[in-house]
Design a protein around this ligand. Sequence first.
Ligand SMILES: [Zn+2]
Length: 126
Amino acid sequence: MKTKTININEIIYTVVESTDFDLLKSPNHFGLISPKTLKLMLNDNMALQTKKETVIHEVIHAMLWNFDAELSDNENLVNQLAMQLYSFFIKNKELVKELSETEETKRNCRAEGTKGGQRQMANHNL
Ligand SMILES: [Zn+2]
């Protein structure tokens, strides 16, 4: 994963990709998130898509912990939400982009666009 930190309700977790199965509890464990160590462990022996799905799964665990630890232990609930949320992100890329835009990112995008335009013009002059 390119992203190494995740903000969940203003708590910063560090993403650690590892093949240390002791930390991941078992070789079949895809990931683990700990509110104590503030680490999201990912099994490094997985395809990127599986890692992405696992990140969403672990993030849902952490979100549920924030208000109901018992719900967080409901693996079936977490799996269902994670699968649907992953699919939602994939099927609604434009909406997800729009939802995640803030006034600050909009200003940065406009500045980037201008730079890109200048770069393109420079290339035309070559
Ligand atoms: Zn789980």
